[in-house]
Design a protein around this ligand. Sequence first.
Ligand SMILES: Cc1cc2nc3c(=O)[nH]c(=O)nc-3n(C[C@H](O)[C@H](O)[C@H](O)COP(=O)(O)O)c2cc1C
Length: 157
Amino acid sequence: MCGSFATGVTVITTGGPEDGAATTVNSFASVSLAPPLVLFCLHRRSRLGPVLQRSRGFVVNFLTRSQEGLAWKFAGRESARLAEVPHHRSASGLPVLTEALAFLECRLAEEYDGGDHAIVVGEVVALGTSGGEADPLVFYRGAMRALDSDVPASARG
Ligand SMILES: Cc1cc2nc3c(=O)[nH]c(=O)nc-3n(C[C@H](O)[C@H](O)[C@H](O)COP(=O)(O)O)c2cc1C
């Protein structure tokens, strides 16, 4: 049933040059403006978990429509290695996907029990956008899609 709720698609990246890791996630949500907090849910057996604990920080990368291939790469047990995709390091050394629509760099703030997932809360310490006009990637009913670009006339500025 949750598949009937359309979301964006993010890749969470963390770790240093030796242990960089990435996982595709659509459970991202913003939580608070002051302080700036966001969350995502991470399944308990994710390979990202131990790296996140060591690193104490993560980056939420919002994907563009043209990054569907990258999203699937990081969505399986045999996930691609971070080294295979274009990325650079933030000022504090966390990996940022170079072609992402936008990114939020976070300090690991809290972790709550969420059943077979952990609810991971981060405090946003830096952010950026690609600056372009790229369309976001959307996940709905098991498929990645583009936004319908027809904006109702009443919503145009
Ligand atoms: C569109 C999409 C959204 C996903 N969202 C989540 C999520 O919010 N949390 C999560 O733990 N896994 C999520 N997954 C599954 C992980 O991407 C996948 O389990 C993981 O990459 C595989 O192993 P790893 O977590 O050990 O890297 C999602 C997969 C897809 C395709």
